[in-house]
Write a protein that binds this ligand. Sequence first.
Ligand code: PSU
Ligand code: MN
Length: 306
Amino acid sequence: MNLNKFLDVNAEVAKAIEEGKPVVALESTIISHGMPYPQNVETALQVEQIIRDNGAVPATIAIIGGRLKAGLTPEEIEYFGKKGQAIHKASRRDLAVLCSRGEDGATTVTTTMIIAHMAGIKIFATGGIGGVHRGAETTMDISADLEELGQTPMMVVCAGAKSILDLGLTLEYLETKGVPVIGFGTEELPAFYTRSSGFKVDYRIDTPKELAAAFKASGDMGLKAGMLVANPIPEEYAMPLDVINRAIDTAIAQANEKGIKGKETTPFLLAKVAELTGGDSLASNIQLVFNNAKVAAQTAVELSRM
Ligand code: PSU
Ligand code: MN
């Protein structure tokens, strides 16, 4: 599959890549499926601004009319935010059919990694990644994000994974795939809304410069796997553990009752948790994405100097 013939890199992003300047990729499923309109659009635009303020060029990734896009216009971001869940959530398996049919697709962590890597971008900031779902021993519901991290050399900066997932099994899977899980300023895996999870990361790294050095070493060695950086939500925006756990348990019970399966599972659980916790979880979600964008941009700047 020669995907490059489907790729459009916008002028600003292409120039930055060519000149070795720092670039940070951003996903579009978080816009269409991860947050409600209009907060999704406002957040996406602010995240791009934070990346610029920290010295890097943002490249929001999406599929539009069958073209793989690295770098969107504000109008395109608005279009994705407004269309929301009506946009096809695009994982690796969806790329070929969507492109051949000339359709739109919202890129998950998986497809954002694929397209960003194709464009020559090395660092990607998001909120949370997909992982091994609770009960995966019978459903086999394991996000393609984990496979992608195992085979595409990008650094993904996230706030850990939500405990809608089985975090212990998610870490086991990443270990099998050769993906280092790095806590930024922490030894514990953060669980998105909370700074702690009870699970340990593989390494603690405290500065963007050291993150960049680790990523550079991985590339210099020719290791093909990605690197997962888990950056805890700022203390002041973290949610009380019991509130979030109760909402997650209720959301999972409702998903089971309704027989929600496949690609619908994660968006369903995310929307339910948001609904059950009111605006609080949305505010936390927005802040942790801002925080990840900053760390990713600073790391991209350090990497561009190496
Ligand atoms: N987890 C979140 N927020 C998100 C997602 C996951 O906390 O927005 C989105 C991301 O785009 C991720 C995708 O790549 O859901 C994973 O979906 P699935 O579990 O179906 O692989
Ligand atoms: Mn799944």
